[in-house]
Design a protein around this ligand. Structure first.
Ligand code: GLA
Length: 430
């Protein structure tokens, strides 16, 4: 599809030049006027939700077993968008003008078919493995038991995905070292055996240090280090009330497990890999995240954290203004900020809207306005967002496929959302 549409570009450019010459191309002017009206005044942020994986993830991270749903008729009609030419170079070239990396998550299903890889290489210059760098996939139980100490060994799927990234010139965000979820329980027990008791604090700290050290060593040994520019050291440690989430890391080590994770990452990661705290519902946890980030300094007063990752699992009825306040608060810390898992579901988390034409247009406008405000914020120096990673690109591959949250529809047609993300105002559903 890409290729075919790209052929239309030169012809379209001629038309645009002609329009411009006749004074009809008022895109910039329209853009300024229309963005103001995107989100109704006073729209409330939607309430807080958990970030449980509502759709059961399969091993390949593409969702519930059985799966890929056929699009409903409404979806097909609504998403059969105009054959608008894609901008050559896609999202990545547009964002590059603003020094923002353009990313997608990557699953093994996505690298098996050229219809997916074409879209990825055309639009993105950064990837995050959707699943295969999570602790579940890099910690090896039988080898740990055999060695009597924790052993990191990337799975074949992990290296396949990293090899693909390498051969396609991608930058990589590492995701994730320390997290309460998708982490094997056995790492917390004596002899790596759940029938035994939990280990003590010192043992767990030693295991954490070894795990983090081995991860960076393995990246180096396998020749991947140069691709990595960011790493999520800790994910989702905070609750909306500002307290620390209960988990085995915290139970065994104490609240300072986060500090130790950053301290070890700082010790073993090369300077070129920036270290991030990453969380969801960041607009409801802003103060807590700010406080945590400020506490991550070493004995000499040096910051152990480089950036804050905002997952950005949003809904079309979430307030963009409120979201921008969060990005500004994080940026004001002098840290780098990245949107790490962006998807914009239809409606609110309590009430998902149907994929009607109007709702998909609202989604296109939402993407347009969000990215536009980030670009404006960066230019004004009020935000320092250096990367926007989408949590996938096609609805049918999304963990939230029931909410049509992404840029391309189930048959890989670009949605209004795509043009919004691309900052193509006229095609973004206005
Ligand atoms: C969280 C994690 C991601 C992923 C999503 C669901 O946001 O950080 O890695 O598991 O949940 O896809």
């Amino acid at each position: 599809m890409n290729k075919r549409l790209f052929k239309i570009v030169p012809a379209m450019m001629m038309v645009l030049i002609l329009l411009a010459m006749t004074g009809c191309a008022k895109k910039d002017q329209d853009q300024t006027t229309n963005t103001e009206a995107v989100v109704e005044e006073g729209t409330e942020t939607t309430s807080v939700e958990g970030n449980e994986t509502e759709v059961q993830e399969t091993e390949d991270g593409t969702g519930t077993e059985g799966e890929v749903p056929t699009p409903t008729q409404a979806q097909e009609e609504a998403t059969a968008t105009q054959e608008t030419p894609l901008v050559e170079g896609g999202i990545k070239d547009v964002y590059e003008q603003y020094s923002i990396k353009a990313g997608t998550c990557l699953s093994d299903a996505m690298i098996t078919q050229s219809k997916y890889t074409d879209l990825i290489t055309e639009n993105f210059n950064s990837i995050t493995l959707e699943n295969f760098m999570k602790p579940d996939y890099v910690l090896n139980k039988s080898k740990s038991i055999e060695a009597g100490e924790i052993v990191v060994e990337f799975t074949k799927k992990t290296t396949d995905l990293l090899d693909w990234a390498k051969s396609n010139g991608m930058s990589v965000r590492g995701h994730v070292l320390v997290w309460y979820s998708q982490t094997p329980d056995w790492i917390f027990y004596e002899k790596f055996d759940k029938a035994q008791g939990l280990v003590d604090r010192d043992t767990m700290l030693a295991r954490m240090e070894s795990y983090i050290k081995q991860t960076f060593e393995q990246l180096d040994t396998l020749g991947y280090t140069d691709m990595f520019y960011a790493y999520d050291v800790v994910n989702e440690a905070l609750m909306e009330d500002g307290s620390y989430r209960d988990c085995l890391w915290k139970q065994i080590i104490g609240d300072d497990y986060i500090w130790y994770a950053f301290s070890y990452a700082d010790k073993y990661a090369p300077e070129s890999i920036k270290l991030y705290y990453n969380d969801y519902n960041e607009q409801f946890k802003t103060d807590a995240i700010v406080k945590l980030a400020q506490s991550l300094v070493d004995e000499a007063g040096k910051s152990l954290i480089d950036g804050i990752g905002c997952q950005g699992h949003l809904y079309t009825k979430d307030s963009i203004d409120s979201y921008m306040l969060t990005l500004k608060a994080f940026s004001a810390l002098g840290l780098d900020v990245q949107i790490t898992e962006l998807d914009v579901s239809l409606g609110t988390w309590q009430k998902i809207d149907s994929a009607s034409e109007d709702n998909l247009k609202a989604q296109g406008q939402y993407y347009f306005e969000l990215v536009n405000k980030i670009v404006e914020g960066n230019a004004a120096g009020t935000t320092s967002v250096s990367g926007i990673t989408y949590w996938g690109f096609a609805d049918n591959l999304s963990w939230r496929r029931d909410r049509s949250p992404l840029l391309f529809d189930n048959s890989l047609k670009p949605k209004y959302a795509y043009f919004g993300a691309l900052q193509d105002h006229d095609n973004a559903g206005y």
